[in-house]
Every structure is written in C-alpha cells, then in structure tokens.
Design a protein around this ligand. Structure first.
Ligand code: ASP
Length: 431
C-alpha cells in the first residue's frame, strides 16, 4: 500500500475528528445514547491531553525559534538600509492587506445584512474585557527585561529585542560575530529538526482537538447565526482568492493553486489550533523549505506577521460590527465605516495570535462607533468555528506577504518557489 504523506494524514485526521465529534455531540444531545457523564472521561483523559500535548509541543518552539532565527536573520541582512527597506515594505503590505480585508468584510455585510434576520435578545449579558489602548501597545513593545518577555511569551517584545541584538551583532568585529552566528545557525537547524519530530504526531493532535470542539459546541446558536457566519466565511474566501491569489500572481508570478498545495498543512494546523503563534514554527519551516524564501527575510516577517497581521480577524471584526449595529438598530454612516476600517486595523494589530482574542479586541472597534459591547455576547456562541477559519487566513496572509517581499528583494530560491515538490518533515513528495 502507498504510504500516505503527512499532509494527507493531517487532512484525514481533521475530517475524522469532525465526524467523530459530531457523532458524539448528537449521541449526547439528540439521540440520548451517551450521557455527559459518560463523555467527560473521554474528553478529560483522551482528547484534551492528546490535543494539549501537540499544541504545547509546537508552542515550546516559538520563543527559542523566533529569538534565534530573528537575530540571525537581521545579522544576515547586514546593512541597516536594507533592513529598513524590508521592514517598511513588510509593514506596508501587512497594513494594506488588512485594510482590504476589512473593506471586503464591511462591503459584504452591508450587502447581505446579516443582522436583519435576527431579533435582539433581551437578556444578553457580556462583561467586556478591557482592550488595551493603542499607545500602550506601542509603549509595551519595549521590554524592560528581555528574559521576562521570553518567559511570558510576549512576542512583540521578543521581536524588538532580537532585532536590536541582530543589528548590534553586525556592528561588532567579524571575528567575534562569525562564531556567534554559526552557533545561532546550528541551533536554528536543530530547532527545525524538533519541528519535524513534533509534526509526526500532528495527525493525532489535530484529530483530538477537532473531536473536542465538534463534540462540545452547541448547534442551536449555530443555526440562528448562520447568515452571520456565512457572511464572515464568504469574506474570508474572497480575501484568500482575490487579495492573496491576486497578490501572488501580480507580485511574484506564482500560481495560487500551487501555493495552496504547498501551504495546506500550515493552514490545517492553524485551523485546528486557532493560534497563529502556535503554528509559527511550522509556518517558518514551510516557507523556507517549500517556497525557498531566505531565512534573513522570513525570520523577520513571519514572527512579526503572526503577532500583528490578522486579516481574518479584521474581517470578522468588520462583519461583526455591522451585524451588531443592525441587531441594535443603530445606523452606521460612511464616516463611521471609515472609523471601523481604522480601528479594526489597529485592533487586529493588537490581537495576540492566540485563540479567541479577536473577540476581545472587537470591543475596541464597537466602542469607537458607539455600539454596545454586549453585542459580542450574541456572536460568542459561534466564534469558535470562525476563530479556526480566520486563524488559517491570518497565517496565509503572513506567508503571502513574506513571499512577495522576499521576491522583491531577490531573496528567494526560484527553483524551490516554482517547483511542485513539497517538503513534509524530512520527506519530499510531489504536489
Ligand atoms: N486566533 C487568532 C489567531 O491566532 C486571533 C483571533 O482572531 O482571535 O490568529
């Protein structure tokens, strides 16, 4: 029998996970075959631990990988002018793709009007968690103690410190910096090896994570909010097809279908974990091995993207704002929509790449146009599934911008970029 490659195993595990989860859900809630007491031990002793082991194993690599590869990458870029140029281009692409994402979300929501089909619940209670003001996000980027930033996993601070260290290394003598960079490079390769090990258990992790979600999500809310979900999903698809597909063809002459074939494993891990941060080591390995992007670019653009570039989140926030405005009967004039574009861009920058945070920063967007934050309670029930989908879009946006920037800097190996070979953890197969 032909041995299945890792990407196919992960896809099969996803489908099986959803099917088994839905069967369990129906058995408990509709068919009366299982009781919650009978299901709980399965979750506590099997699905939760297996899922957690997988997520923890990749998250374990995030801080060391970003630290080591970013210092190395910045030091390899060498001259500060080039670093500034790459940084400027990356930020510009991240901002533009996010603004386009919100615009797509707002336009679709204005056409479909998802909030017209739902009556406002009278008993909603939502305790808004305070979203950080934007100036605080900027000030907080500077660490007071870089070790603490690493321990607490504050990615923006780790990024700032690593960039500074990388820049400083280029300023010291070649004799000294050479040895240090060799060490960092070897450490980076060793970390990539651990990514390969961890990916071997990915199918089990993905299966367990999805069974748990499908078994415990309520389907009632899902039905009543179907049009809202449909609007978000359609906007996500348009973002992927038009903005990403178009961007790839326009700026890097790459066939989008080939891109997705080579990137689907990352998207499925992002979907299963709902965390751009957790999937970062896999994104970095894939963009290097499958698209031939030079480490000096991706080690800078991808961690930054996983932290600040959230196009999928911005789409959800755009659609949710219009939806909540319609449910509460608050008209949003054109100037309010412009405010939404601006605040949702900032809110998505301030959204950490972990599950569910996009919903918390949504309060910032709602408040900016005077909408009640309690509105978030209405969409809370269906956010789990949307979080999974938007995270897959979030990481795709990071990879697309990385490829475009790398191509413009001639920092990509074209024989890998345009080839249909796929690297899946220590084995190479044809797409
Ligand atoms: N879960 C998303 C991510 O990690 C963030 C969010 O929208 O909640 O990319």
């Amino acid at each position: 029998m032909k041995k299945l490659d890792l990407a196919s195993k992960i896809l099969i595990a996803m489908v099986l996970g959803v099917v088994v989860g839905i069967i369990l859900n129906l058995s408990i809630n509709n068919w009366g075959i299982l009781t919650t007491e009978m299901y709980k031990p399965l979750e506590v002793y099997i699905f939760s631990p297996i899922g957690s082991i997988f997520i923890r194993a990749i998250r374990m690599l995030v801080v060391p990988m970003v630290f080591v590869s970013l210092i190395n990458g910045v030091a390899q870029i060498g001259d500060l002018k080039k670093l500034g140029r790459v940084g400027g281009k990356t930020l510009a692409f991240y901002l533009v793709t996010t603004a386009l994402a919100i615009t797509i979300g707002l336009t679709l929501a204005s056409i479909i009007q998802p909030g017209q089909h739902i009556t406002r619940p009278s008993d909603i209670i939502y305790e808004a968690k305070e979203a950080k003001p934007f100036v605080d996000i900027i000030v907080d980027m500077i660490p007071t103690n870089p070790l603490e930033s690493m321990v607490t996993g504050n990615m923006l601070q780790v990024i700032v410190f690593s960039i500074l260290l990388g820049m400083a290394i280029t300023g010291i003598s070649k004799e000294k910096s050479g040895k240090l960079l060799d060490l960092l490079d070897a450490t980076n390769d060793a970390i990539l090896k651990i990514v390969d090990f961890v990916m071997q258990i990915a199918p089990f992790g993905v299966f367990a994570l999805l069974v748990k979600v499908a078994a415990t999500e309520g389907f009632q809310t899902l039905q009543s909010l179907l049009i809202y979900m449909f609007t978000v999903i359609l906007a996500l698809v348009l973002q992927v097809v038009i903005v990403y597909g178009g961007g790839l063809m326009l700026f890097s002459k790459m066939n989008p279908i080939l891109f997705f074939k080579k990137f689907k494993t990352v998207m499925s891990i992002a979907f299963s974990t709902s965390s751009s941060n957790a999937v970062l080591p896999v994104t970095m390995e894939t963009v290097e091995k499958n698209f031939g992007v030079h480490k000096s670019i991706l080690s800078f653009t991808l961690p930054l993207g996983a932290t600040i570039n959230m196009d999928g989140t911005a789409i959800m926030q755009g659609v949710a704002t219009i939806f909540i405005a319609q449910v509460f009967g608050v008209p949003l004039p054109f100037t309010a929509l412009l405010t939404v574009v601006l605040t949702a861009t900032l809110a998505s920058i301030g959204t950490a790449g972990v599950p569910g945070v996009g919903l918390i920063t949504l309060s910032m967007v709602l408040a900016s146009v005077g909408l009640p934050v309690e509105g978030i309670a209405i969409i809370l029930g269906v956010d789990r599934l949307l979080d999974m989908l938007r995270t897959a879009v979030n990481v795709t946006g990071d990879a697309i911008v990385t490829i475009i920037v790398a191509k413009s800097e001639n920092e990509v190996d074209e024989s890998i970029l345009y080839s249909s070979s796929i690297h899946t953890s220590s084995l190479s197969i044809k797409a």
